[in-house]
Design a protein around this ligand. Structure first.
Ligand SMILES: C[S@@+](CC[C@H](N)C(=O)[O-])C[C@H]1O[C@@H](n2cnc3c(N)ncnc32)[C@H](O)[C@@H]1O
Length: 270
């Protein structure tokens, strides 16, 4: 996004809300108000991916990907054990962009299963291709098998696809800051969403947010601290159930030279 040009992520700059059923865009009237009832934290745009990415998508998406909405209705509860083929702690990343952090963190923690959510197909296509490259015989890393992808709105995913206490972690890295005051209602991390995240985390589960936007960092801190089921913890907290070591993405290097990044962490207490 951006009104101030600071939060543009290379790559996932497009979405196809009709095909994805993921929501209407900013400023557009709701084409299906019963399906897209709320203000979304993302804009709708057209989607294009390369022929090679499309071929990878056609091959891998049926196994590794899901839509949060098909037709008019939301998907049902996810059976992550059957999707991943094992029982392991599940971490949900909302707004994974091109998936640079997703891939690196999943590679660093092969015992954790990561579900990456994004509205922009191009970002998911880039992540799928990156996952695919790890299976190349010439790849220097082990094949990555612990990532699944969901195309759609992260709030929908939390609401419909995960039950209470089912997540070990939720990651939200560089959520669009919607810097203009009249757009603040579009920010993803509002009290309702943070309450939903707290509900979906298991006791001891972690919410990890990062942002370079000071005003949004303050809002996230306030909202997280006000949620009674969450307790603020530090980056150096020991024995967390998932890693909070976040790699610096290309976006971050390019866009944030000299800018402070706030890392905000909470643990679900009860
Ligand atoms: C500024 S980008 C950051 C991308 C990535 N996390 C990174 O650090 O490079 C924010 C991303 O969040 C996605 N996004 C915004 N609202 C979302 C929502 N409600 N559900 C899923 N993705 C969302 C946008 O499509 C965009 O790709």
């Amino acid at each position: 996004m951006s009104d101030d040009g600071r939060m543009h992520v290379p790559g996932p700059d497009v979405a196809d809300p009709v095909a994805s059923g993921s929501g209407q865009g900013a400023g557009q009237g709701p084409a299906h108000p019963h399906v897209f009832p709320r203000i979304t934290s993302f804009r709708a745009r057209r989607s294009t991916i390369s022929d090679k990415q499309q071929a990878t998508w056609d091959r891998l998406w049926p196994e590794l990907g899901r839509q949060v909405r098909e037709g008019d209705g939301p998907a049902g509860l996810l059976d992550t054990e059957s999707w991943f083929g094992r029982r392991a702690p599940v971490v949900l990343e909302i707004g994974c962009g091109t998936g640079t952090s997703t891939l690196a963190m999943a590679q660093a923690e092969p015992d954790i299963d990561v579900v990456a959510v994004e509205v922009y197909r191009r970002g998911l296509a880039q992540l799928l291709s990156a996952i695919d490259r790890t299976s190349d015989p010439e790849s220097t890393s082990a094949p990555v098998t612990n990532i699944r992808l969901i195309r759609g709105d992260g709030v929908d995913v939390l609401t419909h696809m995960f039950g209470p206490g089912s997540l070990t972690g939720v990651r939200v890295f560089f959520p669009d800051p919607w810097p203009k005051a009249r757009h603040h209602k579009r920010r993803l991390l509002q009290p309702d969403t943070v309450a939903l995240i707290a509900d979906r985390l298991r006791p001891g589960g972690v919410l990890h947010a990062a942002t370079d936007h000071q005003g949004y960092a303050e809002q996230i801190a306030e909202v997280g601290d006000a949620e009674p089921r969450l307790r603020r913890i530090g980056l150096d907290t020991e024995n967390l159930p998932m890693s909070v070591a976040r790699p610096v993405t290309k976006y971050e290097r390019k866009a944030l030279a000299g800018t402070d990044v706030a890392e905000l962490l909470w643990e679900r207490t009860r």
